[in-house]
Design a protein around this ligand. Sequence first.
Ligand code: ADP
Ligand code: MG
Length: 729
Amino acid sequence: MANLRFGAVEEAFKKRPLEVAAPTERPGEFYGKYVFNRTKMYKYLPVDIYNKLVDVMDNGIRLDRSIADAVAEGMKRWAEEHGATHYTHWFQPLTEGTAEKHDAFIEHDGKGGMLEEFSGKLLVQQEPDASSFPNGGIRNTFEARGYSAWDPTSPVFIIDDTLCIPTIFISYTGEALDYKAPLLKSLRAVNTAATRVCHYFNPEVKQVHTNLGWEQEYFLVDEDLYFARPDLMLTGRTLMGHDSAKNQQMDDHYFGTIPERVQAFMKDLEIQALELGIPCKTRHNEVAPGQFELAPIFEECNLAVDHNMLLMSLMKKVAHKHSFRVLLHEKPFGGINGSGKHNNWSLSTDNGILLHKSGKTPEDNLRFVVFIVETLMAVYKHNGLLKASVMSATNDHRLGANEAPPAIISSFLGKQLTDLINHIEKADKDDLFTFSGKKGMRLDIPEIPELLIDNTDRNRTSPFAFTGNRFEFRAVGSEANCASAMIVLNTAVAEALTNFAARVDALVAKGEEQTSAIIDIIREDIKTCKPIRFDGNGYSDAWKEEAAKRGLDCESSCPVCFDRYLDKDSITMFEDMNVMKRNELEARNEVKWETYTKKIQIEARVMGDLAMNHIIPVATHYQSQLAKNVQNMVNIFGDVEGKQLSERNIKIIREIAERTNIIETGVEELINARKVANKIEDQRERAITYHDTIAPKMEKIRYQIDKLELIVSDELWTLPKYRELLFIR
Ligand code: ADP
Ligand code: MG
């Protein structure tokens, strides 16, 4: 039997690291080479146009259509100098990836020839066919048009020969069909609410920006081995495979020496990412063999999201060049760690105050406490929704699987901050003030030593941990668009800050002194959101019980978690903060449920095919070899002694028969269960049925296959094994 696996292993072993030429320039010089950033805008645009555009970018002023032509002209000139011949609107539909449709810069000149043109109209708006993208039924059948509209706050960039223009994507009737449109609205909401709260402390603040620093985890697998695994190719994860005898138990991969081929890949990736303006900073091995991480310096949230989307597609391209495949799936291999995307999130002002960082004066510290506590209020009130925002068919394998954050959202603050918050809650109100002579009443809030807060012992089991000057949302999946989580977090924080300000203002209107009012409200909120604070071990069963008692959302079924988007509190929040309307939320949920079903459906099909076409034939082939051997032994030694001597083989023959039987019945049941589920019209119900009846059946089949892998001759096994996938690179 020709064995694809051995051919692949042989090819994989032969590979050597690619030479990656070191750039002749310093990173500072080639950083942003292919980005139309401010320096280039200044160079390529008339000065009045430049000023107007900067105003749009910095102050959210509406784009004046009259400047669009001049901007487009400058962009085109710059792009052509870098070899671009095409342009595309680059957007983020609800499919998790990005979408683009390239058009050449050419138009008829009316005289039978062509001229190169790029008008403001084409820059600002296009009409891709919305029917080809998930829309959850928002699009009427007779109105297929969707609009993509330029987002001037994220700079255009060049990939190969194409000028890419970041855009939002909305339906003809104005509903968001993407991640960027609601993200921008959520950023506006936090800006408004946080600026208002800042004014209690710093009246000069004009704007509050949201920062996002993501850390991207991923696996690399040799391309030849990848091609020999249909499950990896079609579903992004291994649907079967016995643990490698050695995997991560020695803890020898994390921060270890980066393998040479991988190092070459990383170097190449970083150069290209820097050229695209992605500020890559950190790279290292991760916990599992074959797993790595890349993290840039944090940026404004919208830009950071675009950069993450761009990086994920760049990774795929560069990996291919190095004969690797990058696996962004949250759980490509059973039994070892999966991949996440930590979202480091914080707020800062236009004049450089980091609002999630403690300050030097008691007033600064009160402001700090307000932003911490109101973030906790948001996370507490919408903990189920936050979980829903990171849930997916793929991340489902990781959340709650005793490695990454559990499927319960809680927040770890560390000792320093906990002590401070407890002090503010419990202290006698007079203790929070000192009376100092002429100045009258002064705030007395102890300072947090900066060094200590930076060294906050990190609780790795916490899904939403405070890490010194930011919160780190660790439940986000490696494959996800960060925007999904950021939309919910930003909107929830905007709502909490708005409520906070309204209550403070009400007290002030009644005659209470402002600082005293702030302290009253913050003390009330510290008490309210206490259930979300948890510093213990998030993996323990005791926590699950405790969390349920505290009323935190403990739902673990992915399709049911999506229900949180349609809770009354969620709809009110999204509508009040002007981020999304009920019909948009409903449509998006339809998409989520449908996507969930499709992913499990594809996995179930691949599982069935592999079981019937790879596993059972190989196992029975081996079984007949053994049977022939037993027969030979009987021929030589006679029935009794022959069988006695063949005891082990007979045992394996039996085991193979039993296990293949279970697999075959399992596959049949899987097919029948799918038939039943597919008849269900309602998307939600169908997704729940896939979750409850189909996913568990796949696990049972996998169990049997993994057992067979251990007894069937290695020589015959056709699918690359875990040790090969994880250790050959
Ligand atoms: P870890 O110790 O969690 O691995 P890293 O240093 O690798 O942390 O990555 C932390 C990420 O958080 C980086 O992207 C970094 O730029 C970002 N970050 C640092 N400070 C802030 C902040 N105040 N707000 C948002 N992101 C931040
Ligand atoms: Mg981290």
